[in-house]
Structures are given as C-alpha cells and as structure tokens.
Design a protein around this ligand. Structure first.
Ligand code: ALL
Length: 329
C-alpha cells in the first residue's frame, strides 16, 4: 500500500493539472475577444447609461469589454492617448464616442492600419476629414441629431404659441451632434414667424459654464420666453440661472438626453421636455457590431437608435401604462 501511495499521488496531481488547464481554456473561450469602449467622460450620467448597455452586450454576447473614459467633455488629447494605448494593446475592436469630429481621425487611421475594426458611437466623425486621411473602414452607431433638435425646437415653439424670444445653448462648436441639434432647433423655430432667436452660445455641454453663459443671456434679454439646451447638463445650469433670476418655470426649457434628473425637472415643471436618445442601445449595438466585425460578418455602415421627446404627458403615460401592465398580471 505504502509503495503505491506516491504513484497514486502523482497520478492525481497530473489529473488535477489537466482539468485545471481545461478549465482555464474554457474560461478564455467564454470570455471571447476583447472590445475596448472609450467614452468622452463619466461626469455626464448619459455615459453611465451607455456603459450599462456596453456591459450588457459583453455579458450576453460573450466578449471581454475594456471600458475607458477621458476626464472631461473637452479632454480630446487624453482621449486620443487612451485610444492609441488600446491599439498598442492589440485589442480586437475599438468603439469610441469622440469628443471632436476631426481630431480623432488620425488615431482611427492607425487602428485601421493595425487591422482593428472601429465603431464610431454617438458623435459622427467628419466625413471630409476621414476621406482626406484615407479612413474608409469605420462604422457609426448613433442617433439623428438634426431630427432630435427639430423635435425639441418644434415642441418648445408650439408650447409658446408660436411666438416669443428664444435662445440656444449649444454643445461644442464644430462637433457633429452639437451642430446638428442646433440646426434642427433653428429649423423648427424658422417655421414659426413669431419666434425670434435672440441668442445662441456654447456652454461646451457643461453645467457650470451654462450657468454663467445663460445668466448673461438672461440679463441681456429681459423678454426671453424659451431656451433650447443641446443637452441636460447645460439645461441644469440654465435652470439654476433661472432660479437665481426668479424666473424658474417662466422661461420654458427644452432639452436633450432625458436623464433621470431631467425627468424629475419635467415632473416638477422646471423643464418642458428632453429628447431621449437611448445611450444604452448605442452602447449595446456598438459592441454587437464590433463583435460581428471581428467575426467578419456584415454590419450596417450607419445604425440609428430611436428618439423620443419626453414630456410631462409622456411621463404620465409611461406610469399609467406600467400600472396597467402590473394590474394585468
Ligand atoms: C453627446 C451626447 C449627449 C451628451 C453630450 C455631452 O455626444 O449625445 O447628448 O450629453 O454629448 O457629452
């Protein structure tokens, strides 16, 4: 018995080592390829919701996701460095929500040359800049920002009875989604001869900056009736400025992103509406298409998620519908 013991022990150890190696391989297989997802910033809850969609896709579709973000909306250099580090790390695909439409193009070219599929998310890169840099192989997942700006502008103008002075708080100038939202809102205002646009200024998507910019706009335009803010973070700054001026709820605020905090503002009446552009779906589909590209499947060149304008009425309808659904079960 004692003579057999070392032999049995050795055999047991070999078996154990084999099964451990098998398990490790299986774990590697379930983890799948690696997709890097680089976002502009985490200071805006919009991107937290987007990252929820990214994580869900990673889990459901079986891939490892590396989530990264630069510090601020305007940290384009830092973003470029993060994406370049992902290329150096040889990830299998890269999804990016660029802070600028042109600045990221040379980095995308590097990814293209390294054979890494690229999915451009939310902010569409400048087609001209891409063409002249030789960037041909990239895909876009986002939303129709022109339509979104139009929806919000039209609703605001309608609620003002088609007349009054309005202002616009813009996103980062020259960046695709900022320009399109502004153009959409201006198009809607243009359909109402009684609506006059008295100011249009950027606050770079930021709350504090919007508070300052909009405080000045309010001082210079005593007769302001409404404002279109190209995102909720800026709308929160505008609402603070209105509060300080004793005009909360009196100047109508149309906004964009439908963050939870914005929905609360809509319920309490300090915000009129906010366009929901489903960042969770953007994150989910970007990862899905990245995986399809890794697996050499065809994906659409441009994929748009749906938009809805969230209002007090639509929020009440949602609550009613979910109460009815619960009662039915
Ligand atoms: C855009 C997004 C969101 C966000 C804004 C600021 O790209 O679509 O509207 O609020 O950037 O980061």
């Amino acid at each position: 018995m004692t003579r057999f013991f070392p032999v049995m022990l050795a055999a047991a150890l070999v078996l154990c080592a084999l099964s451990c190696a098998k398990k490790e391989k299986a774990a590697q297989k379930t983890q799948g390829p690696t997709v890097a997802f680089v976002m502009k910033t985490l200071t805006n809850p919009f991107f937290i919701t987007m990252s929820d969609g990214v994580k869900r896709a990673g889990k459901e579709l079986g891939c490892k996701v590396i989530l990264q973000a630069s510090e601020e909306e305007t940290s384009i250099e830092q973003m470029v460095n993060i994406v370049e580090a992902m290329i150096a790390q040889k990830v299998d695909a890269i999804c990016v929500t660029p802070s600028g439409s042109s600045e990221i193009v040379p980095t995308f070219v590097k990814a293209q040359n390294a054979g890494i599929p690229i999915v451009d998310v939310d902010v569409e890169i400048n087609a001209e800049a891409a063409k002249s840099a030789g960037l041909t192989n990239y895909y876009y997942v986002g939303a129709d920002n022109l339509e979104g700006g139009y929806m919000a502008g039209k609703y605001l103008a309608g609620k003002l009875g088609g007349k009054g002075n309005v202002a616009v708080l813009e996103g980062i100038p020259g960046v695709d989604n900022a320009e399109k939202r502004k153009a959409g809102a201006l198009k809607a205002f243009g359909e109402f001869p009684g609506i006059k646009v008295v100011a249009s200024q950027t606050a770079h998507w930021k709350t504090e900056e919007a508070l300052n910019v909009f405080t000045n706009i309010l001082q210079a335009n005593r007769e302001l009736s409404g404002v279109f803010c190209a995102n909720d973070m800026m709308a929160f700054g505008a609402i603070k400025a209105l509060e300080a001026a004793g005009k909360k709820g009196k100047v109508l605020v149309a906004s964009y992103d439908a963050l939870n905090e914005a929905k609360n503002c809509i319920r309490e009446g300090s915000m009129l509406c906010s366009v929901d552009q489903r960042p969770d779906l953007m994150g989910y589909y970007a990862v899905k298409f990245a995986l399809d590209l890794i697996n050499k499947k065809r994906v659409p060149a441009r994929y748009m998620v749906p938009l809805t304008n969230v209002t007090k009425e639509s929020l009440a309808d949602t609550i009613k519908a979910s109460a009815q659904a619960n009662a039915g079960h």
